[in-house]
Design a protein around this ligand. Structure first.
Ligand code: AMP
Length: 469
Protein backbone atom coordinates (compact mmCIF):
# COMPACT_ATOMS: atom_id res chain seq x y z
CA UNK A 1 0.00 0.00 0.00
CA UNK A 2 1.40 3.37 -0.96
CA UNK A 3 2.40 5.48 2.03
CA UNK A 4 0.55 8.66 2.63
CA UNK A 5 2.53 11.84 2.02
CA UNK A 6 3.10 13.95 5.09
CA UNK A 7 1.65 17.47 4.99
CA UNK A 8 4.30 19.61 6.63
CA UNK A 9 3.52 23.12 5.29
CA UNK A 10 2.17 24.70 8.50
CA UNK A 11 5.40 23.99 10.33
CA UNK A 12 7.53 26.08 7.96
CA UNK A 13 5.07 29.00 7.70
CA UNK A 14 4.89 29.17 11.48
CA UNK A 15 8.63 29.23 11.74
CA UNK A 16 9.00 31.97 9.15
CA UNK A 17 6.32 34.12 10.81
CA UNK A 18 8.07 34.00 14.16
CA UNK A 19 11.32 35.13 12.59
CA UNK A 20 10.09 38.53 11.30
CA UNK A 21 11.99 41.14 13.24
CA UNK A 22 10.27 44.20 14.70
CA UNK A 23 12.49 47.25 14.66
CA UNK A 24 12.99 49.78 17.42
CA UNK A 25 14.66 53.17 17.36
CA UNK A 26 18.41 53.02 17.82
CA UNK A 27 19.57 53.66 21.43
CA UNK A 28 19.53 57.34 22.31
CA UNK A 29 17.26 58.25 19.36
CA UNK A 30 13.52 58.72 19.52
CA UNK A 31 10.42 59.36 17.46
CA UNK A 32 8.56 62.61 17.99
CA UNK A 33 4.95 61.48 17.63
CA UNK A 34 1.98 63.55 16.37
CA UNK A 35 0.69 64.22 19.93
CA UNK A 36 3.93 66.01 20.81
CA UNK A 37 4.16 67.94 17.55
CA UNK A 38 1.97 70.92 18.63
CA UNK A 39 4.67 71.79 21.22
CA UNK A 40 7.36 71.61 18.56
CA UNK A 41 5.23 73.67 16.17
CA UNK A 42 4.75 76.32 18.83
CA UNK A 43 8.49 76.37 19.55
CA UNK A 44 9.38 76.61 15.85
CA UNK A 45 6.91 79.46 15.36
CA UNK A 46 8.38 81.38 18.31
CA UNK A 47 11.93 80.84 17.05
CA UNK A 48 10.89 82.01 13.58
CA UNK A 49 9.18 85.09 15.00
CA UNK A 50 12.22 86.08 17.06
CA UNK A 51 14.54 85.48 14.08
CA UNK A 52 12.40 87.76 11.90
CA UNK A 53 12.00 90.42 14.63
CA UNK A 54 15.77 90.58 15.22
CA UNK A 55 16.65 90.34 11.53
CA UNK A 56 18.24 86.88 11.41
CA UNK A 57 18.09 85.02 8.10
CA UNK A 58 17.67 81.25 8.05
CA UNK A 59 20.46 78.98 6.92
CA UNK A 60 20.37 75.18 6.50
CA UNK A 61 23.56 73.19 6.30
CA UNK A 62 24.22 69.46 5.84
CA UNK A 63 23.93 66.96 8.65
CA UNK A 64 27.10 65.32 7.32
CA UNK A 65 30.25 67.46 7.44
CA UNK A 66 33.98 66.71 7.36
CA UNK A 67 35.44 65.47 10.65
CA UNK A 68 38.25 68.02 10.36
CA UNK A 69 35.80 70.95 10.48
CA UNK A 70 34.90 70.09 14.08
CA UNK A 71 38.37 68.92 15.07
CA UNK A 72 39.74 72.30 14.04
CA UNK A 73 36.66 74.37 14.91
CA UNK A 74 35.20 72.93 18.10
CA UNK A 75 38.57 71.49 19.21
CA UNK A 76 40.22 68.07 19.45
CA UNK A 77 40.22 68.03 23.23
CA UNK A 78 36.52 68.78 23.70
CA UNK A 79 34.14 66.03 24.78
CA UNK A 80 31.85 66.41 21.80
CA UNK A 81 34.71 65.90 19.32
CA UNK A 82 36.99 63.61 21.30
CA UNK A 83 34.37 61.26 22.75
CA UNK A 84 30.95 61.84 21.27
CA UNK A 85 31.20 62.38 17.53
CA UNK A 86 29.61 59.89 15.11
CA UNK A 87 32.36 59.55 12.49
CA UNK A 88 32.73 57.20 9.58
CA UNK A 89 34.66 56.74 6.39
CA UNK A 90 32.62 57.05 3.18
CA UNK A 91 32.92 54.63 0.26
CA UNK A 92 35.07 57.32 -1.38
CA UNK A 93 37.48 57.29 1.58
CA UNK A 94 36.50 60.65 3.16
CA UNK A 95 36.28 60.99 6.94
CA UNK A 96 32.90 62.50 7.68
CA UNK A 97 30.73 62.93 10.76
CA UNK A 98 27.18 63.69 11.81
CA UNK A 99 27.28 67.31 12.97
CA UNK A 100 27.54 67.55 16.77
CA UNK A 101 26.77 71.30 16.78
CA UNK A 102 26.03 74.15 14.37
CA UNK A 103 28.57 76.95 14.84
CA UNK A 104 31.52 75.51 12.82
CA UNK A 105 29.12 74.69 9.96
CA UNK A 106 27.78 78.26 9.95
CA UNK A 107 31.33 79.60 9.80
CA UNK A 108 32.24 77.14 7.02
CA UNK A 109 29.20 78.31 5.03
CA UNK A 110 30.06 81.97 5.76
CA UNK A 111 33.50 81.47 4.20
CA UNK A 112 32.43 79.09 1.43
CA UNK A 113 29.77 81.48 0.12
CA UNK A 114 31.70 84.74 0.47
CA UNK A 115 29.40 86.19 3.15
CA UNK A 116 32.22 88.36 4.44
CA UNK A 117 31.35 90.82 1.65
CA UNK A 118 27.78 91.10 2.97
CA UNK A 119 26.82 94.07 5.19
CA UNK A 120 27.92 93.38 8.76
CA UNK A 121 26.97 91.85 11.07
CA UNK A 122 25.87 88.83 9.07
CA UNK A 123 23.02 87.42 11.14
CA UNK A 124 22.09 83.78 10.60
CA UNK A 125 19.77 81.38 12.36
CA UNK A 126 19.27 77.63 12.06
CA UNK A 127 17.51 74.72 13.64
CA UNK A 128 17.78 70.98 13.18
CA UNK A 129 19.11 67.72 14.55
CA UNK A 130 22.57 67.33 16.10
CA UNK A 131 24.30 64.07 17.04
CA UNK A 132 26.39 63.23 20.08
CA UNK A 133 27.23 59.69 21.15
CA UNK A 134 26.91 60.35 24.87
CA UNK A 135 25.32 58.16 27.55
CA UNK A 136 21.57 58.57 26.98
CA UNK A 137 19.50 59.73 29.96
CA UNK A 138 16.51 61.97 30.73
CA UNK A 139 16.91 65.13 28.63
CA UNK A 140 20.07 63.83 26.95
CA UNK A 141 19.69 62.12 23.60
CA UNK A 142 22.08 61.01 20.91
CA UNK A 143 19.95 62.76 18.32
CA UNK A 144 18.61 66.04 19.62
CA UNK A 145 17.48 69.31 18.11
CA UNK A 146 19.07 72.69 18.48
CA UNK A 147 18.12 76.14 17.31
CA UNK A 148 20.95 78.61 16.99
CA UNK A 149 21.64 82.24 16.21
CA UNK A 150 25.01 83.56 15.01
CA UNK A 151 26.13 87.14 14.28
CA UNK A 152 29.43 87.48 12.41
CA UNK A 153 31.53 90.59 11.87
CA UNK A 154 30.83 92.72 14.95
CA UNK A 155 32.73 92.87 18.21
CA UNK A 156 30.60 95.39 20.10
CA UNK A 157 29.25 94.00 23.39
CA UNK A 158 25.79 95.21 22.37
CA UNK A 159 25.53 92.13 20.16
CA UNK A 160 26.37 89.85 23.09
CA UNK A 161 23.60 91.57 25.05
CA UNK A 162 21.20 91.24 22.13
CA UNK A 163 21.91 87.50 21.87
CA UNK A 164 20.96 87.09 25.51
CA UNK A 165 17.92 89.32 25.01
CA UNK A 166 16.76 87.14 22.09
CA UNK A 167 17.12 83.90 24.04
CA UNK A 168 15.20 85.42 26.95
CA UNK A 169 12.53 86.60 24.52
CA UNK A 170 12.11 83.03 23.26
CA UNK A 171 11.72 81.75 26.83
CA UNK A 172 9.27 84.53 27.66
CA UNK A 173 7.11 83.92 24.59
CA UNK A 174 6.97 80.26 25.60
CA UNK A 175 5.94 81.30 29.12
CA UNK A 176 9.00 79.64 30.67
CA UNK A 177 9.56 81.38 33.94
CA UNK A 178 12.54 81.05 36.24
CA UNK A 179 15.14 80.78 33.51
CA UNK A 180 18.38 82.04 34.96
CA UNK A 181 21.34 83.43 33.08
CA UNK A 182 24.83 82.31 34.09
CA UNK A 183 27.58 84.55 32.79
CA UNK A 184 31.36 84.75 32.65
CA UNK A 185 34.19 86.18 30.57
CA UNK A 186 37.11 83.90 29.73
CA UNK A 187 39.35 86.50 28.11
CA UNK A 188 41.18 86.48 24.81
CA UNK A 189 44.56 85.48 23.32
CA UNK A 190 46.03 88.51 25.02
CA UNK A 191 45.08 87.71 28.62
CA UNK A 192 44.38 83.96 28.59
CA UNK A 193 48.02 82.70 28.43
CA UNK A 194 49.02 84.48 31.65
CA UNK A 195 45.79 83.37 33.35
CA UNK A 196 46.41 79.78 32.19
CA UNK A 197 49.88 79.88 33.75
CA UNK A 198 48.40 81.02 37.04
CA UNK A 199 45.68 78.36 36.89
CA UNK A 200 48.11 75.58 35.99
CA UNK A 201 50.40 76.42 38.88
CA UNK A 202 47.39 76.48 41.25
CA UNK A 203 46.08 73.15 39.93
CA UNK A 204 49.49 71.46 39.83
CA UNK A 205 49.79 71.95 43.59
CA UNK A 206 46.46 70.14 43.98
CA UNK A 207 46.86 67.58 41.22
CA UNK A 208 46.29 64.66 43.59
CA UNK A 209 42.77 65.89 44.33
CA UNK A 210 41.74 66.05 40.65
CA UNK A 211 39.89 63.37 38.66
CA UNK A 212 41.72 61.43 35.95
CA UNK A 213 40.18 63.54 33.17
CA UNK A 214 41.26 66.77 34.83
CA UNK A 215 44.79 65.48 35.35
CA UNK A 216 44.93 65.09 31.57
CA UNK A 217 43.18 68.42 30.99
CA UNK A 218 45.84 70.11 33.06
CA UNK A 219 48.18 69.48 30.14
CA UNK A 220 45.78 69.82 27.20
CA UNK A 221 43.17 72.40 28.23
CA UNK A 222 43.44 73.62 31.84
CA UNK A 223 40.42 75.92 31.51
CA UNK A 224 38.24 72.82 31.17
CA UNK A 225 39.09 71.79 34.75
CA UNK A 226 36.97 74.73 35.88
CA UNK A 227 33.69 73.24 34.62
CA UNK A 228 34.35 69.62 35.65
CA UNK A 229 31.31 68.26 37.49
CA UNK A 230 33.28 65.79 39.69
CA UNK A 231 32.86 66.80 43.32
CA UNK A 232 36.53 66.59 44.21
CA UNK A 233 37.36 68.86 41.26
CA UNK A 234 34.63 71.40 42.09
CA UNK A 235 36.13 71.68 45.57
CA UNK A 236 39.57 72.47 44.14
CA UNK A 237 38.06 74.88 41.61
CA UNK A 238 36.10 76.82 44.24
CA UNK A 239 39.36 78.43 45.43
CA UNK A 240 41.02 78.72 42.00
CA UNK A 241 41.95 82.09 40.47
CA UNK A 242 39.03 83.47 38.47
CA UNK A 243 39.21 84.51 34.82
CA UNK A 244 37.36 87.80 35.41
CA UNK A 245 40.11 88.96 37.80
CA UNK A 246 42.77 88.48 35.13
CA UNK A 247 41.22 90.01 32.01
CA UNK A 248 43.19 92.42 29.82
CA UNK A 249 41.93 95.99 29.53
CA UNK A 250 39.98 95.29 26.34
CA UNK A 251 38.23 92.18 27.71
CA UNK A 252 37.46 93.89 31.01
CA UNK A 253 35.87 96.84 29.21
CA UNK A 254 33.92 94.50 26.92
CA UNK A 255 32.57 92.56 29.89
CA UNK A 256 31.61 95.59 31.99
CA UNK A 257 29.88 97.12 28.96
CA UNK A 258 27.91 93.89 28.50
CA UNK A 259 26.87 93.98 32.15
CA UNK A 260 25.73 97.60 31.72
CA UNK A 261 23.62 96.63 28.70
CA UNK A 262 22.06 93.76 30.64
CA UNK A 263 21.25 96.11 33.53
CA UNK A 264 19.70 98.52 31.06
CA UNK A 265 17.38 95.85 29.61
CA UNK A 266 16.74 94.51 33.11
CA UNK A 267 18.00 91.00 32.54
CA UNK A 268 19.35 89.61 35.82
CA UNK A 269 22.49 87.50 35.66
CA UNK A 270 24.56 85.35 37.96
CA UNK A 271 28.34 85.65 37.55
CA UNK A 272 29.80 82.14 37.36
CA UNK A 273 33.61 81.93 37.47
CA UNK A 274 33.49 78.20 36.70
CA UNK A 275 31.57 78.68 33.43
CA UNK A 276 33.89 78.12 30.44
CA UNK A 277 31.56 76.28 27.99
CA UNK A 278 34.08 73.51 27.25
CA UNK A 279 34.67 74.30 23.58
CA UNK A 280 37.94 75.65 22.19
CA UNK A 281 36.62 78.59 20.24
CA UNK A 282 35.08 80.76 22.94
CA UNK A 283 36.62 84.12 23.84
CA UNK A 284 35.43 86.88 26.17
CA UNK A 285 31.68 86.38 26.88
CA UNK A 286 30.31 82.93 27.72
CA UNK A 287 26.78 82.33 28.98
CA UNK A 288 24.31 79.58 29.71
CA UNK A 289 20.57 79.45 30.47
CA UNK A 290 19.36 77.19 33.24
CA UNK A 291 15.93 76.20 34.38
CA UNK A 292 15.01 74.41 37.55
CA UNK A 293 12.88 71.31 36.97
CA UNK A 294 10.21 69.93 39.32
CA UNK A 295 12.84 67.89 41.21
CA UNK A 296 14.87 71.02 41.90
CA UNK A 297 17.72 70.04 39.59
CA UNK A 298 18.99 72.48 37.01
CA UNK A 299 18.82 71.72 33.29
CA UNK A 300 20.74 73.76 30.75
CA UNK A 301 18.33 75.02 28.10
CA UNK A 302 21.03 76.63 26.02
CA UNK A 303 24.27 78.49 25.93
CA UNK A 304 26.67 80.44 23.82
CA UNK A 305 29.24 83.15 23.71
CA UNK A 306 31.74 85.07 21.66
CA UNK A 307 34.09 83.29 19.26
CA UNK A 308 36.32 85.98 17.81
CA UNK A 309 39.00 83.64 16.38
CA UNK A 310 36.93 80.85 14.84
CA UNK A 311 36.60 82.37 11.36
CA UNK A 312 40.38 82.82 11.22
CA UNK A 313 40.96 79.30 12.54
CA UNK A 314 38.86 77.96 9.67
CA UNK A 315 40.88 79.84 7.06
CA UNK A 316 39.10 83.22 6.89
CA UNK A 317 40.08 86.77 7.78
CA UNK A 318 39.94 88.01 11.38
CA UNK A 319 36.19 88.24 12.11
CA UNK A 320 34.67 88.72 15.57
CA UNK A 321 31.45 86.78 16.16
CA UNK A 322 28.96 85.80 18.81
CA UNK A 323 26.16 83.24 19.01
CA UNK A 324 24.11 80.83 21.05
CA UNK A 325 22.25 77.56 20.69
CA UNK A 326 19.31 76.16 22.61
CA UNK A 327 18.30 72.54 23.10
CA UNK A 328 14.82 72.23 21.58
CA UNK A 329 14.05 68.84 23.18
CA UNK A 330 14.72 70.29 26.62
CA UNK A 331 12.68 73.41 25.86
CA UNK A 332 9.75 71.22 24.78
CA UNK A 333 10.01 69.27 28.06
CA UNK A 334 10.07 72.55 29.97
CA UNK A 335 7.03 73.79 27.99
CA UNK A 336 5.05 70.71 29.05
CA UNK A 337 5.96 71.18 32.71
CA UNK A 338 5.16 74.89 32.51
CA UNK A 339 1.74 74.23 30.96
CA UNK A 340 2.64 76.33 27.93
CA UNK A 341 -0.23 76.33 25.44
CA UNK A 342 0.84 74.17 22.51
CA UNK A 343 0.16 75.34 18.96
CA UNK A 344 -3.44 74.91 17.95
CA UNK A 345 -3.93 74.28 14.29
CA UNK A 346 -7.11 75.82 12.82
CA UNK A 347 -9.80 73.16 12.64
CA UNK A 348 -12.17 72.60 9.72
CA UNK A 349 -15.69 73.89 10.21
CA UNK A 350 -17.07 72.06 7.20
CA UNK A 351 -17.50 68.31 6.87
CA UNK A 352 -18.00 66.56 3.56
CA UNK A 353 -20.04 63.33 3.64
CA UNK A 354 -20.78 61.01 0.72
CA UNK A 355 -23.10 58.11 0.14
CA UNK A 356 -22.70 55.62 -2.70
CA UNK A 357 -20.09 55.02 -5.38
CA UNK A 358 -21.00 57.88 -7.75
CA UNK A 359 -21.06 60.36 -4.85
CA UNK A 360 -17.72 59.07 -3.61
CA UNK A 361 -16.20 59.79 -7.01
CA UNK A 362 -17.58 63.36 -7.04
CA UNK A 363 -16.46 64.07 -3.48
CA UNK A 364 -12.72 64.22 -4.25
CA UNK A 365 -13.36 67.00 -6.77
CA UNK A 366 -15.69 68.94 -4.47
CA UNK A 367 -13.18 68.64 -1.65
CA UNK A 368 -10.50 70.12 -3.92
CA UNK A 369 -12.77 72.99 -5.01
CA UNK A 370 -13.55 73.90 -1.41
CA UNK A 371 -9.91 73.62 -0.33
CA UNK A 372 -8.78 75.78 -3.26
CA UNK A 373 -11.21 78.51 -2.33
CA UNK A 374 -9.75 78.62 1.19
CA UNK A 375 -12.38 76.56 3.02
CA UNK A 376 -10.93 73.92 5.34
CA UNK A 377 -12.85 70.67 5.01
CA UNK A 378 -12.84 67.47 7.02
CA UNK A 379 -13.89 64.11 5.60
CA UNK A 380 -13.65 60.40 6.24
CA UNK A 381 -13.78 59.14 2.68
CA UNK A 382 -13.03 55.55 3.67
CA UNK A 383 -16.38 55.31 5.46
CA UNK A 384 -19.51 54.54 3.47
CA UNK A 385 -22.04 54.70 6.28
CA UNK A 386 -23.77 58.10 6.56
CA UNK A 387 -24.47 57.85 10.29
CA UNK A 388 -20.84 57.15 11.11
CA UNK A 389 -19.82 60.13 8.95
CA UNK A 390 -22.31 62.41 10.74
CA UNK A 391 -20.99 61.19 14.09
CA UNK A 392 -17.53 62.18 12.94
CA UNK A 393 -18.85 65.62 11.90
CA UNK A 394 -20.34 66.07 15.39
CA UNK A 395 -17.11 64.97 16.99
CA UNK A 396 -15.08 67.67 15.26
CA UNK A 397 -17.87 70.23 15.95
CA UNK A 398 -18.44 70.97 12.27
CA UNK A 399 -20.73 73.94 11.65
CA UNK A 400 -21.77 72.81 8.18
CA UNK A 401 -22.09 69.32 6.73
CA UNK A 402 -22.22 68.86 2.98
CA UNK A 403 -23.83 65.59 1.95
CA UNK A 404 -23.62 64.11 -1.53
CA UNK A 405 -25.96 61.18 -1.99
CA UNK A 406 -26.54 59.06 -5.07
CA UNK A 407 -29.29 61.39 -6.38
CA UNK A 408 -27.35 64.60 -5.68
CA UNK A 409 -24.28 63.18 -7.42
CA UNK A 410 -26.36 62.46 -10.53
CA UNK A 411 -28.16 65.81 -10.73
CA UNK A 412 -25.10 67.91 -9.69
CA UNK A 413 -26.30 69.12 -6.31
CA UNK A 414 -25.27 68.94 -2.64
CA UNK A 415 -27.31 68.87 0.58
CA UNK A 416 -26.15 71.56 2.97
CA UNK A 417 -26.91 70.81 6.61
CA UNK A 418 -26.49 73.68 9.05
CA UNK A 419 -25.43 72.04 12.34
CA UNK A 420 -26.31 75.13 14.42
CA UNK A 421 -29.89 75.55 13.24
CA UNK A 422 -30.43 71.93 12.19
CA UNK A 423 -31.97 73.11 8.90
CA UNK A 424 -30.94 71.79 5.52
CA UNK A 425 -31.32 72.67 1.85
CA UNK A 426 -30.23 71.30 -1.49
CA UNK A 427 -28.00 73.49 -3.64
CA UNK A 428 -26.40 73.09 -7.08
CA UNK A 429 -22.61 72.45 -7.02
CA UNK A 430 -21.75 75.91 -8.40
CA UNK A 431 -23.57 77.72 -5.55
CA UNK A 432 -21.93 75.74 -2.74
CA UNK A 433 -18.75 77.75 -2.17
CA UNK A 434 -20.55 81.10 -2.00
CA UNK A 435 -23.18 79.74 0.37
CA UNK A 436 -20.67 77.99 2.68
CA UNK A 437 -18.58 81.16 2.92
CA UNK A 438 -21.67 83.26 3.67
CA UNK A 439 -22.76 80.96 6.48
CA UNK A 440 -19.30 80.59 8.00
CA UNK A 441 -18.95 84.38 8.08
CA UNK A 442 -22.35 84.73 9.72
CA UNK A 443 -21.37 82.18 12.37
CA UNK A 444 -18.00 83.88 12.97
CA UNK A 445 -19.69 87.31 13.35
CA UNK A 446 -22.19 85.83 15.78
CA UNK A 447 -19.42 84.17 17.83
CA UNK A 448 -17.58 87.50 17.97
CA UNK A 449 -20.68 89.31 19.15
CA UNK A 450 -21.32 86.75 21.89
CA UNK A 451 -17.70 86.95 23.03
CA UNK A 452 -17.94 90.77 23.18
CA UNK A 453 -21.15 90.61 25.21
CA UNK A 454 -19.58 88.13 27.62
CA UNK A 455 -16.50 90.30 28.03
CA UNK A 456 -18.73 93.29 28.77
CA UNK A 457 -20.72 91.28 31.30
CA UNK A 458 -17.53 90.20 33.06
CA UNK A 459 -16.26 93.81 33.13
CA UNK A 460 -19.55 95.07 34.61
CA UNK A 461 -19.43 92.34 37.24
CA UNK A 462 -15.91 93.39 38.18
CA UNK A 463 -16.97 97.05 38.43
CA UNK A 464 -19.93 96.12 40.65
CA UNK A 465 -17.69 94.07 42.94
CA UNK A 466 -15.25 96.98 43.22
CA UNK A 467 -18.05 99.41 44.09
CA UNK A 468 -19.32 97.07 46.80
CA UNK A 469 -15.86 97.01 48.39
P1 AMP B 1 25.94 73.04 24.19
O1 AMP B 1 26.40 74.01 23.17
O2 AMP B 1 26.63 71.72 24.14
O3 AMP B 1 25.91 73.64 25.58
O4 AMP B 1 24.43 72.74 23.81
C1 AMP B 1 23.44 73.74 23.85
C2 AMP B 1 22.17 73.16 24.39
O5 AMP B 1 21.78 72.03 23.61
C3 AMP B 1 22.27 72.62 25.80
O6 AMP B 1 22.11 73.64 26.74
C4 AMP B 1 21.14 71.63 25.85
O7 AMP B 1 19.91 72.28 26.09
C5 AMP B 1 21.11 71.08 24.43
N1 AMP B 1 21.82 69.79 24.38
C6 AMP B 1 23.14 69.57 24.30
N2 AMP B 1 23.40 68.25 24.26
C7 AMP B 1 22.20 67.62 24.31
C8 AMP B 1 21.80 66.25 24.29
N3 AMP B 1 22.67 65.27 24.19
N4 AMP B 1 20.47 65.98 24.35
C9 AMP B 1 19.55 66.97 24.44
N5 AMP B 1 19.88 68.27 24.44
C10 AMP B 1 21.18 68.61 24.38
Amino acid sequence: MPRKKKTSIPKTTKKRKRKVKRFQTVRGMRDILPDEQPYWQKLRKVIEKVAVDYNYRRIDFPIVESVELFERGTGMDTDIVDKEMYKFKTAGGDWVCLRPEGTPSVVRAYLQHGMRTWPKPVKLSYSGPMYRHDRPQEGRYREFYQCGFEALGEQDAILDAQMIQMAMRIFKLLKLKKVSLHLNSIGCEECRPSYNKLLISYLKNRKKSLCMDCKRRLKTNPLRVLDCKEEKCTQVVSQAPQTVDHLCGDCKKHFTTLLEYLDEIEIPYSLRPELVRGLDYYTKTVFEFFMEDENGSQAALGGGGRYDYLVEKLGGPSTPAVGFACGMDRIVNAMKNADTEPYQAPTPKVYLAQLGDVAKKKSLKIFEQLERSGIMVAESFGRGNLRSQLNQANKIKAEIVLIIGQREALDGSVILKDMNSGGQETLPFDKIIKEVKKRLKKNADMAKKIAQQERKKAQNLKKKKKKKK
